[in-house]
Each structure stands twice: as C-alpha cells, then as structure tokens.
Design a protein around this ligand. Sequence first.
Ligand SMILES: NC(=O)c1ccc[n+]([C@@H]2O[C@H](COP(=O)([O-])OP(=O)(O)OC[C@H]3O[C@@H](n4cnc5c(N)ncnc54)[C@H](O)[C@@H]3O)[C@@H](O)[C@H]2O)c1
Length: 103
Amino acid sequence: MKLLVTGGCGFIGSNFIHYLLSKYPDISIVNLDKLTYAGNPENLADIKKDKRYSFIKGDICDPGAVSRAMEGVDAVINFAAETHVDRSIVSAGSFINTDVYGT
Ligand SMILES: NC(=O)c1ccc[n+]([C@@H]2O[C@H](COP(=O)([O-])OP(=O)(O)OC[C@H]3O[C@@H](n4cnc5c(N)ncnc54)[C@H](O)[C@@H]3O)[C@@H](O)[C@H]2O)c1
C-alpha cells in the first residue's frame, strides 16, 4: 500500500510515519510538507535513506503539487496544518488557507 502523508515533518505526522514504517514492512510513504516554521525535516532524518519513504516539499493549497504527490497513492492522511494558536491571532489568513481551503 502507498500512502500520502501531508505535514509529515510536524509533530504528529513524523511520529505517524515512524510508526507505520516500523509496523508495516511493505508500506510505502510519500510525505508532502511545505516546511513552515513548524516543519522540521530532522524529525525524519533517520529514515531519509529508507527506500519506502520519499519527501516532496510542497503546499496542500497547490492543486498541481497535491495531484503529482498523489500519483499511485491508495490513501491520504492529512496532518498539514497551521497549528500555533498565537499565530492564528496575529495572522489568520494562512490558517484559513491551509486548514480550510487546503484541507
Ligand atoms: N499535537 C497534538 O497534540 C495534536 C492533537 C490532536 C490533533 N492534532 C492535529 O494534528 C495535525 C498536525 O498537528 P501537529 O501537532 O503535528 O502540527 P505541527 O505544527 O507540528 O505540524 C504541521 C506540519 O504541517 C506542515 N504544513 C503547514 N502548512 C502546510 C501546507 N500548507 N502544506 C503542506 N504542509 C504544511 C508544517 O510544515 C508542519 O510540518 C493538526 O491538524 C492538529 O490539529 C494535533
């Protein structure tokens, strides 16, 4: 099975990817992440060379990027999100874009 995980460089997504790779030997995972202030590629540094894993830097609000990332994918798990409450007060627009339109 091939999965697209979005926001895989964040807290929940990176733990989810580690969990899947350790539990399911035959799984293949594409991680689409915009690498905002919240995304940290170091969360997944240890699996960078795992042949079952690939990373695409991209935005879930970009239909072309999502469409390309979805090639051959059986299911999508969306963790890509603006999550910092303080930032939602200062700059609500990016929250509406990602959490509503992107999703
Ligand atoms: N952390 C928790 O305890 C918790 C609990 C319940 C639910 N959740 C939900 O799980 C989801 C992920 O939470 P988290 O704590 O991992 O967040 P996080 O802020 O740690 O990670 C979010 C990830 O999404 C990426 N991202 C942001 N905007 C993007 C975009 N437009 N396109 C692609 N990637 C984008 C960021 O780069 C980052 O890697 C959220 O929907 C959150 O509400 C989190």
